[in-house]
Ligand binder design. Sequence first.
Ligand code: NAD
Length: 272
Amino acid sequence: MEHNDLFNLNGKVIVITGGCGVLAGAMAKSLVASGAGVSLWGRGKSRPVAGAVEALARETGRKDLIHGVTVDAGDKAALEGALAQTVREFGEPEVLINGVGGNKSKSPFLDADLASFREILDMNILGGLVLPTQVFASRWIEKKIRGSIINIASMASYLPLSGVWAYGAAKAGVMNLTAACAKEFAPNGIRVNAIAPGFFIGNQNRRLLVADDATGELTERGKSVIAHTPFGRFGEASELGGVTVFLASGRASGFITGVTIPVDGGYLVHNI
Ligand SMILES: NC(=O)c1ccc[n+]([C@@H]2O[C@H](COP(=O)([O-])OP(=O)(O)OC[C@H]3O[C@@H](n4cnc5c(N)ncnc54)[C@H](O)[C@@H]3O)[C@@H](O)[C@H]2O)c1
């Protein structure tokens, strides 16, 4: 095999759920640059999917490699419909990136609102992993496709973050299920891995980290994240591109399954 082919994704179709999100958009850009066709699946609530498709087409100059579907990742029947539509309109996906997830607010544990607690678990565990994994893995097993699933974990998968109780529990679950599903689907040649981003400014965490968008002034929490990150800064979304391409490419990472890779500027190796 030519070394240059390790990261060549020509001809591969990749679905990203939560595809209108900030990190998903950056991952999609790197995948398209490596030759993959990317189908952005979004709910279309905060941003219409067509808008995200257009923006990515503009940024990459590869309209031919970008497709979009409006679908709620928390609805299994809708996901099955979206997969059938993607196969029909764009091609057979071989990679699923579970990009749905996020947090809403923080509170003391005793004041945690149970309705939002359930909502966060649902979004990150069911819509963010379980339901799309069931839908894709069923098809891949039936069609004997050796697919690859990439989940999105978090620093909260390793160590609790204060105030975001449901998010931490859910993201610990994402890392656990990544390993569990890797074992479950290994006999079918399906790989399951995860990326654990450190702190990147996304839509879901902006209010927690940035006090003033105009000046860039951080909240106390934002300052404490930076103090705890050896690189002394937030990540740039584009810095998730390399690991995404690596895990999507069977030629580059074909014997890797069940791992969660931190991309965190050293957050997890911080010490005193
Ligand atoms: N930004 C960070 O610092 C950071 C750090 C660690 C992990 N993450 C994780 O990375 C992933 C992406 O985060 P982001 O910062 O880009 O956030 P984001 O809010 O920009 O993206 C998440 C997307 O998921 C979509 N979504 C939510 N529920 C959905 C559903 N049921 N169906 C379809 N789409 C749905 C949202 O509309 C949004 O477009 C999340 O899992 C998040 O927890 C982010």
